[in-house]
Design a protein around this ligand. Structure first.
Ligand code: BEZ
Length: 235
């Protein structure tokens, strides 16, 4: 009989699995070293591959924007440290892509030749590849709790504006005790949690006249983009 492999897949709401690792920026203890910050832990299939290169250039170019939202970036692939270093040097010294050049990747890139970390985080998905991590993205909050997870296959480059939108939306939900509707961006109306009926939600609101109800279970209210960004970016 075929032996069943036990695969661990962290879920939303779980504490981020702990590990120690060697990275291009020194050793890290995860998630302890990131206590108090949001962190995106993401995997890529392999160094010196085109989709991953386009992703790293894009993410590195947005690092300061994520940092303003108190969000740090940590990459991982099952390649070794010297491969990571050589690849990041090639990106900086040789690659010009979509107006990005001399791109320095200053966030840590984990070496995971043993695949220990990748397996802990469900990044090895055998239907896609036994030897490479899929493009996984874990959004982890300042208390070390996994708040959102997105997986992409090897062939599909991620949308980094969407990853930024997820960070801002999660922080907005926390700061204002609201939810965010489809395609929400700062400046759009947010969803007021309706405890039973619109009347109940309305009775809890300060500026009740601002609230719009589409039905008893679906009420929104405006929040200024400035108010959202001021709260999140601490500006
Ligand atoms: C890439 O990044 O281009 C890539 C990596 C692994 C498999 C397929 C594409």
């Amino acid at each position: 009989m075929e032996e069943k492999q036990v695969v661990s897949m962290p879920r939303i709401g779980d504490p981020a699995p702990e590990f120690k690792a060697v990275t291009t920026q020194g050793n890290i203890s995860f998630p302890a070293d990131y206590n108090g910050s949001w962190v995106i832990l993401f995997s890529h299939p392999a160094d010196f591959t085109p989709v991953c290169t386009s992703e790293f250039m894009t993410f590195a170019s947005m690092e300061a924007k994520f940092a303003e939202a108190n969000c740090k970036l940590v990459g991982l692939s099952v390649d070794g440290l010297y491969s990571h270093i050589a690849w990041l040097r090639t990106i900086k010294e040789k690659i010009e892509y979509k107006g990005m050049k001399n791109v320095e990747v200053n966030f840590p890139l984990i070496e995971d030749i043993t695949m220990d970390v990748a397996k802990k985080y469900g990044m090895i998905q055998p239907g896609e590849s036994n030897t490479k991590a899929v493009r996984a993205v874990f959004f982890i909050d300042p208390k070390g709790i996994i708040r959102a997870i997105i997986y992409y296959p090897l062939s599909l480059g991620r949308n980094f504006d969407e990853l930024y939108r997820v960070v801002i939306a999660l922080q907005t939900a926390d700061a204002f005790s609201v939810a965010t509707p489809a395609d929400w961006r700062p400046g759009d109306d947010v969803i007021v949690p309706t405890a039973g009926s619109c009347g109940v939600a309305k009775s809890r609101m300060e500026n009740k006249e601002d609230m719009k109800c589409y039905d008893w279970f679906f009420c929104t209210k405006p929040i200024d983009k400035e108010k959202v960004m001021k709260t999140i970016l601490k500006k």
